[in-house]
Ligand binder design. Structure first.
Ligand SMILES: Cc1cc2nc3c(=O)[nH]c(=O)nc-3n(C[C@H](O)[C@H](O)[C@H](O)COP(=O)(O)OP(=O)(O)OC[C@H]3O[C@@H](n4cnc5c(N)ncnc54)[C@H](O)[C@@H]3O)c2cc1C
Length: 379
């Protein structure tokens, strides 16, 4: 049996690793358009839960990754200059390039060597493969070669965001909301090395427009952003890596496969970065696909149908939560009228109905602080 994987991002590499573990006899070809050490972005973050799941799929992958991770137990929300700690949410982060290099190392241990600088084109996908896995990200050519067959729906959110790095670590995953001379801005920032952080800046379309960012070159944009977040950066610099203002694309597909082609990861769906789940979902999709294929004896049509049946409910739940979270950010400037504690409560509830009991259980210190301040936890 031959499997072709398009894309050596987290989804494609993890799929290759799991296939080789399940069926050493299968021929696997992985094609990646970029060079071996190219990547966009800086760090990615996982919840403790996501790491547990990864451990179940391939403990050796987690053993390689874990020593390189930064960890912290809380989220901090900074608003009106006040820092509110929300306890109980364990997170770990790693540089995206490190993560990819470690996955490549694990793949090489298993005899898988992706072909780099080998972009696949729509009309040119190998026709001798029994299964083609489209792990080629948001602009997937496997999906866009037959968008109707996959039933793709793409809609951009209206906020603008830009993904930078910062030359310092931060104590926790922090959400800084600031009111500046150009209007209201938010930064999601967290360290992925002791002295390096991801620093994603977001604002509304109207503020972005008024600020005139469309007219600024990359260097001026970076220095304006440094100035806006001067108090947060405390002298650190922002680092550019193909950083430009974008609108987040909400992508969903009605069908996960068409013939012998199947989509996983960002090629299949997106989940707003405020829930930090894109990479985790990519890994989970790969694991679910290989489980489905294994349970159907590697019968491709049956395995792909089972993959969609098994995966869809869980995926829907998390992408729905990510969409609710994204909608909270779409109006974050209005929420900023709230006082810091009330604002932090709205923030932590943005993705779903975290009722009083669940909140007390999930974030006992934060719930106690709210109740001590006379803020009701009821919805
Ligand atoms: C601002 C921002 C912040 C984010 N933060 C987080 C976070 O904190 N935590 C998290 O888990 N996720 C985060 N994500 C999401 C995360 O980056 C993606 O969800 C994740 O990378 C998906 O993995 P993937 O393998 O499906 O796709 P990708 O990582 O996009 O990999 C796809 C690969 O396919 C290759 N490729 C594409 N087309 C072709 C072709 N035609 N031929 C050959 N190769 C091709 C690409 O070069 C790429 O290497 C964030 C995303 C954004 C935009």
């Amino acid at each position: 049996m031959r499997v072709t994987i398009v894309g050596a991002g987290p989804a494609g590499l993890y799929a290759a690793i799991l296939i080789r573990r399940a069926r050493p006899d299968i021929e696997i070809a992985v094609f990646e358009q970029n060079t071996r050490d190219a990547t966009f972005g800086f760090g990615v973050v996982f919840s403790d839960q996501a790491l547990g799941f990864l451990r179940a799929g391939d403990p050796d992958t987690v053993a390689l990754i874990e020593p390189h991770m930064q960890r912290w137990p809380d989220i901090e929300v900074v608003h009106k200059g006040q820092r509110v700690t929300i306890d109980g949410v364990g997170f770990a982060a790693i540089g995206r390039l490190d993560l990819l290099q470690l996955l490549l190392q694990r793949a090489a241990q298993l005899g898988i060597h992706p072909k780099f600088e080998c972009r696949q084109e729509t009309g040119n996908l190998p026709d001798d493969a029994d299964l083609i896995i489209g792990a080629d990200g948001i602009n997937s050519i496997v999906r866009t070669s037959a968008p109707e067959e996959f039933g793709e729906r793409v809609k951009n959110l209206s906020n603008r965001f830009i993904w930078y790095g910062a030359t310092r670590g931060f104590d926790a995953l922090t959400q800084s909301f600031v009111e500046t001379r150009l209007g209201k801005f938010n930064a999601h920032h967290y360290r992925y090395q002791t002295d390096r952080s991801t620093f994603i800046i977001e604002t509304t379309e109207a503020i972005w427009d008024r600020a005139g960012f469309a007219e600024l070159d990359a260097e001026t944009t970076r220095s304006v952003c440094e100035e806006l977040f001067d108090d947060v950066l405390e002298g650190a610099r922002l680092v550019d890596n193909n950083s430009d203002w974008r609108q987040f694309p909400n992508l969903a597909c009605e069908r996960y496969f068409s013939g012998n082609r199947v989509l996983i990861g960002d090629a299949l769906h997106t989940a707003h970065f405020s829930v930090g789940s894109g990479t985790r979902l990519a890994f989970e999709d790969a694991a679910s696909l290989i489980t489905a294929l294994t349970s159907t004896g590697w019968n491709v049509p049956a395995g792909l149908a089972l993959f969609q049946d098994m995966r869809q409910p869980a995926l829907q739940k998390i992408t729905d939560a990510a969409t609710r979270s994204a909608f909270w950010y779409e109006a974050f400037d209005e929420h900023m009228a709230l006082e810091p504690l009330q604002f932090a409560l709205g923030y932590i509830r943005r993705a779903g109905r975290l009722d009083a009991d669940k909140l007390r259980c999930f974030a006992p210190g934060f719930a106690a602080q709210l109740e001590a301040s006379g803020i009701s936890l009821s919805i």
